[in-house]
Design a protein around this ligand. Structure first.
Ligand code: TNX
Length: 503
């Protein structure tokens, strides 16, 4: 069954063996390493313990970090903690992850601070381990996003998807369409204030993410979720289409209905669309994609595609084909929500993001599989397990329930390759989205994200067959992260499924 005392590591490494004893950490502990990860280790230890380790330029040192491409698979590392600690990364990302593992082994007891003795050899199961932040329903500024990057990259997550536009607001400056940020960025859900990123802000986020080995994926949601575009440029959008669910939900929630040309402040979806049969729409898409591509070193642009409920199928498919082609022409790989897989001619190589349930309904499985038939691949974001904006329990104050109520165990116990009938090699990995209808502050976001993002990190990183990759082990290990999260100011939800450690 379950190992009695696994090392307190999340995600569970490929192999982790506890050694007798601990390595003391004091101000005389020397650190040797020329990578940014060495400086990040010094800073993190000081934040956590108040101890300033001693950086040295030459051996000997108690903690040593270096890169050796032969040492393990990409993003992998080895870590040995005995009398000395040695971290060897296969690359800079691996070294960074080795540092995160060492930080999880840091402990305080009556004799002071130390690192638990360990032999770890590790590398990820999936290359894609993502998280999404919806900055459109509520806006989160650069400092909040940096804090989000810190806390999620520490779990070895390596892609940050930013949902930069939706009905309620447009969040990134585009020089060729300036009214987007002049007129459509001030609003957000429930009449709360909005905001947007200047190009410098966006570049700062991208650079910060890169320093934590995260690739930023910008999303402009099209052709639906585009009411805000119409506030700035009415000639680009159709009149709102009010579906029955939208009308009923708006009444129940006492939220206003969308009105053409005015900011939309409700939570309703599926009422907006850009004009699919007008050429200027594609000029707009081309400009936005070009400007985003110019400031995005990562290979992807996400073009949306979800919940275009008022758009006729043939129009939607035509748009999907043209929009994904525009991304390819801009030199990037398109990503789209799985609905765009309905388009026979979706650009080759487009990556689909599956957000259906773990038991696919309707045409979802077929739509997702079509990305693979077109030479693309899939990211798994099954809504009833990965959605970070679902409530933990029915009475949790934040979050929604439409996909499921997702306790930590439910978030943990799923298998990304068991949902769709596609080859395993077509599954790039997973992404856990945080939609922000109900979260106004980053602290509220964190309550929904932690500890469930740790569950998703383990699903994406740890070997499927690892003995520790079971709930009984995970709940104890994730509970051991409490002191680290508290020290870093992460406002995790202390779910009562987890035995949280005091120190
Ligand atoms: C569905 S999932 C949406 C979002 C909402 C979310 C709320 C998806 C691709 N679209 O527009 O914010 O539900 O959970």
């Amino acid at each position: 069954m379950v190992l009695p005392h696994p090392l307190p590591l999340v995600p569970a490494p490929v192999s982790a063996i506890a050694r007798e004893g601990r390595m003391p950490i004091t101000a005389t502990t020397r650190v040797l390493g020329h990578s940014p990860a060495a400086a990040q280790l010094l800073a993190a230890v000081e934040r956590r313990t108040g101890i300033r380790l001693t950086p040295v330029e030459t051996a000997p040192a108690e903690i040593e970090l270096f890169v050796d491409p032969e040492s393990s698979a990409p993003e992998g590392y080895t870590l040995e903690v005995g009398e000395r600690a040695v971290i060897i990364g296969a690359d800079e990302a691996g070294l960074f992850y080795g540092v995160q593992t060492l930080l999880q082994l840091l402990r305080q007891d009556d004799t002071g601070w130390s690192v638990l003795g360990a032999d770890v050899a590790d590398s990820p199961r999936f290359p894609r381990r993502g998280v999404m932040l919806d900055v459109a329903r509520h806006f989160f500024g650069v400092d909040d996003v940096k804090r989000f990057i810190d806390s999620t990259s520490a779990l070895k997550l390596n892609h940050l998807h930013l949902h930069l536009s939706d009905d309620q607001g447009w969040r990134v400056h585009i020089d060729s369409w300036p009214r987007l940020t002049q007129l459509s960025a001030g609003s957000s859900v429930d009449g709360h204030p909005g905001g947007f990123y200047t190009k410098d802000d966006y570049r700062e986020i991208v650079a910060y993410a890169a320093s934590r080995h995260m690739i930023v994926i910008p999303e402009i949601d099209l052709p639906g979720h585009t009411h805000a575009i119409g506030v700035a440029y009415p000639e680009l959008v159709e009149a709102p289409v009010l579906n029955d669910t939208l009308v009923a939900d708006s009444q129940r929630l006492e939220q206003p209905l969308p009105e053409a040309g005015k900011p939309y402040l409700g939570w309703g979806v599926g009422h907006s669309s850009v004009r699919i049969h007008e050429e200027r729409t594609y000029g707009f898409v081309r400009d936005v994609v070009r400007e985003l591509a110019e400031m995005t070193p990562g290979p992807y642009i996400h073009i949306g595609g979800d919940e275009s409920l008022g758009t006729p199928q043939a129009d939607f498919d035509l748009f999907a084909e043209r929009a994904t082609e525009i991304v390819v022409e801009a030199g990037k790989i398109p990503i789209a929500w799985h609905e765009m897989g309905s388009a026979a001619g979706i650009a080759e190589g487009t990556v689909g993001q599956y957000w259906g349930m773990t038991t696919p309904a309707g045409a979802h499985a077929e739509e997702a599989a079509h990305f693979v038939e077109r030479g693309g691949a899939l990211i798994m974001s099954a809504a009833n397990v990965t959605y970070l904006d679902m409530k933990y329990t029915d009475d949790f104050p934040l979050g929604l329930t439409w996909a499921a109520v997702i306790d930590v165990r439910t978030a943990y116990e799923w298998e990304p390759t068991a949902i769709l009938d596609v080859p395993e090699s077509a599954i790039l990995g997973i992404e856990a989205p945080l939609w922000s209808e109900t979260t106004r502050t980053l602290g509220e976001v964190e309550q929904l994200v932690f500890p469930r993002a740790a569950a998703q990190a383990e699903v994406a990183w740890s070997p499927r067959e690892a003995p520790d990759r079971v709930w009984a082990s995970f709940r104890v290990r994730v509970g051991s992260l409490a002191p680290l999260w508290k020290a870093e100011g992460v406002e995790f939800h202390p779910a009562d499924e987890i035995p949280w450690s005091a120190r």
